[in-house]
Design a protein around this ligand. Sequence first.
Ligand code: C2E
Ligand code: MG
Ligand code: MG
Ligand code: MG
Length: 282
Amino acid sequence: YGKKKGKKMFVIFNEELRLKEEKRIKLTEILKKSLENGDFYLVYQPIASLKTGKVVSVEALLRMKNDELGEVPPSEFIPILEETGLIREVGYWVLSEVCKQINVWSERGIKDISVSVNVDIQQLLDKNFVQNVESILNDSGVNPEKIKIEITESEAMKFPDIVIDVLSRLTDFGIEIAIDDFGTGYSSLSYLKLMPLSYIKIDRAFIKNIPTDKDDNILVLSIVNLAKSLGLKTIAEGVEERVQLLFLKEIGCDYIQGYYFSRPVLPDEIEEIIKTGKTVQA
Ligand code: C2E
Ligand code: MG
Ligand code: MG
Ligand code: MG
């Protein structure tokens, strides 16, 4: 009996895997045509100052909605874009779209908002990357000071020498750099010092259990102090609760991003948030 049952479970397991794999293949095929089909769009999440309570910038986050599949979560389609290398082309689309949006906001009276754009390491390693970024910005007339580029710590530390060179050329052009998901990527401190960074984004995993988890409290405090000693600003990711905000304010973290203040939203809602002057309330 035991044997039989084991066999059956094995079959079910295989069937599940097969269906999952089929779905993946289907999604991959669809993603190859998503740019021309107009399946991609962007949402924006506000980043607010803990000093003034005001929104200082927004992060652009990629979304995908397809006629056949409906809304596909980023956790499903972004890894496929990365594995297939499609993220390079899509990444340039994201930057162009952000520039267009900055111009639209500007026409509507929102002039001093800056936008963070996530860049994948594959895009950054493209030898024309800096040139392409400069072209997109020049063509749209967007001031480079309005764009921030985010690269994850773990990806940046894979090829630190090249990354330092590319990021330096971007900062020469006027773009600021943030290191994303900080704390999860085993930074070499000597490389960290050499990177032309302006911001450290503390990964959500460390923010999640403050202030109850004493170890996480110490880790977050250490990251904030490390950033300060390097002359960098800190942004806490994934702030969902008031107690987290109070702790972060207390230890001198500069900015927060998270559901507590706002989820990622469509451009019109960003306009609303800015125009009504919504502030972070502790
Ligand atoms: P990320 O750059 O670290 O972005 C922050 C993620 O945390 C976003 O997930 C955001 O929706 C989520 N988030 C924000 N506040 C909260 C909160 O309070 N609680 C929780 N639980 N989550 C929160 P999202 O949009 O699903 O994006 C996931 C990741 O996908 C991003 O992480 C980024 O690495 C990547 N990604 C998104 N858009 C792009 C893009 O245009 N290009 C590239 N290369 N990667 C992108
Ligand atoms: Mg990011
Ligand atoms: Mg990535
Ligand atoms: Mg992050």
